[in-house]
Design a protein around this ligand. Structure first.
Ligand SMILES: [Zn+2]
Length: 371
């Protein structure tokens, strides 16, 4: 199964490649738009395809509670249900269960008990249930249920999370899968180099189709996080895809690509859109700012998205200020296109062997405008 991923170019630690899934090829580095509840907020699947997305993310936690994996399976699986024929990665729900700490009731070796965010009722997730939910959803990549610790836990708690994450991964490895479904394990260990090594070695020995670096980007400072990423990525097999969970700002994306990460996801493009902001090569623009009132330029010169090809900053600002739905949609389309374009450009720079100089120039340009 290790031949599902091919590295096609290397530049330092950065790589370009292709991940073969049951629903097509995913060019890496790959940014995965987040469609938590079987929709990338306000964006039609045809538009996602046109923006350049090969793969989107769904979430087992949310889809388990609403509308339920049995219902999705009855309607033909997640691809048919949401009208997306490209690749889908489903998160296991581990992040949701463990990051919403006020809903967490108890964790034991068998699983975790928590209150559902939907109705507060006590619910239980086990590795077996997480695998079953994702099998029924029919995603192309299923993630193992893991224990994602917040940045401020004690070392003893972190060690316990690493131990259980491995034990749970072992239980999930050979469970039934959807046809062609790949299964990724998630390394834990926070910023602790020794625990990260232990987690990685134990999971690599179990031979999964790919590996995620989990438990980073959970509230720690950026420099130590990037440093930990360098170490964490280097512990993973060269021939398997590496996924950094939960990073999507332009700087973060480029820094993790530089460290050998192939895939990442974040709600940032659509969340930023909801705050009325646009990601651009010159940094972030807050369209609520009065200086855009008469600005007839597109959000980002050189962007070919549906917003930039037809509308001015002044018009998008007007829509945002009037809370018009089109404003949110245009900013979502633009922000997704911006990140997908950025990652495609990173891929080309890796292929040319110029990734580091290209990255430094891109970051310098983005910072210049924000000063
Ligand atoms: Zn645009």
């Amino acid at each position: 199964m290790s031949d599902s991923f091919t590295v096609t170019a290397r530049d330092g630690a950065a790589r370009a490649g292709v991940l073969h899934t049951a629903h097509g090829e995913v060019r890496t580095p790959a940014f995965m738009p987040v469609g938590t509840k079987a929709t990338v907020k306000s964006v039609d699947p045809d538009e996602l395809r046109a923006l350049g997305a090969d793969i989107v993310l769904g979430n087992a936690y949310h889809l388990h509670f609403r509308p339920g994996e049995e219902l999705v399976a009855e309607l033909g699986g997640l691809h048919a249900f949401m009208g997306w024929d490209g690749a889908i990665l489903t998160d296991s729900g581990g992040f949701q269960v463990f990051s919403l700490r006020d809903t967490l009731l108890a964790t034991d070796d068998d699983g975790v008990t928590f209150r559902s965010v939907y109705d507060g009722s006590p619910e239980r997730f086990t590795p077996e249930l997480a695998a079953r939910v994702q099998e029924l959803l029919g995603s192309d990549i299923a993630m193992c249920l893991d224990i994602c610790s917040p940045a401020d836990v004690s070392r003893a708690e972190l060690e316990e999370a690493v131990r259980r994450t491995t034990a749970w991964a072992e239980r999930q490895r050979d469970l039934t899968r959807a046809p062609g479904q790949l299964r990724f394990a998630i390394t834990q260990g926070g910023l602790d180099a020794e625990l990260r090594r232990r987690s990685s070695e134990e999971l690599v020995a179990l031979d999964f189709d790919g590996y995620a670096i989990g438990g980073l980007s959970v509230g720690e400072h950026r420099e130590p996080m990037f440093e930990a990423t360098t170490g964490a990525a280097a512990l993973l097999p060269e021939e398997k895809p590496r996924y950094f969970m939960g990073i999507g700002d332009p700087e973060g994306v480029l820094e993790v690509i530089a460290r050998g990460v192939d895939m990442f996801d974040c709600v940032l493009p659509t969340r930023t859109a909801r705050t009325g902001s646009a990601l651009t090569r010159e940094g972030r623009l807050n369209l609520r700012n009065a200086r855009f009132a008469r600005d007839d330029r597109p959000l980002d010169e050189g962007c070919a998205c549906p917003a930039c090809s037809r509308f001015s900053r002044a018009y998008v600002r007007h829509l945002v200020n009037q809370q018009e739905i089109l404003g949110l949609r245009l900013l979502s389309l633009h922000n997704l296109r911006f990140l997908l374009d950025l990652v495609a450009a990173a891929r080309r720079a890796i292929e040319r062997g110029e990734f580091l100089s290209w990255k430094d120039e891109a970051l310098r340009r983005a910072k210049g405008a924000n000063d």
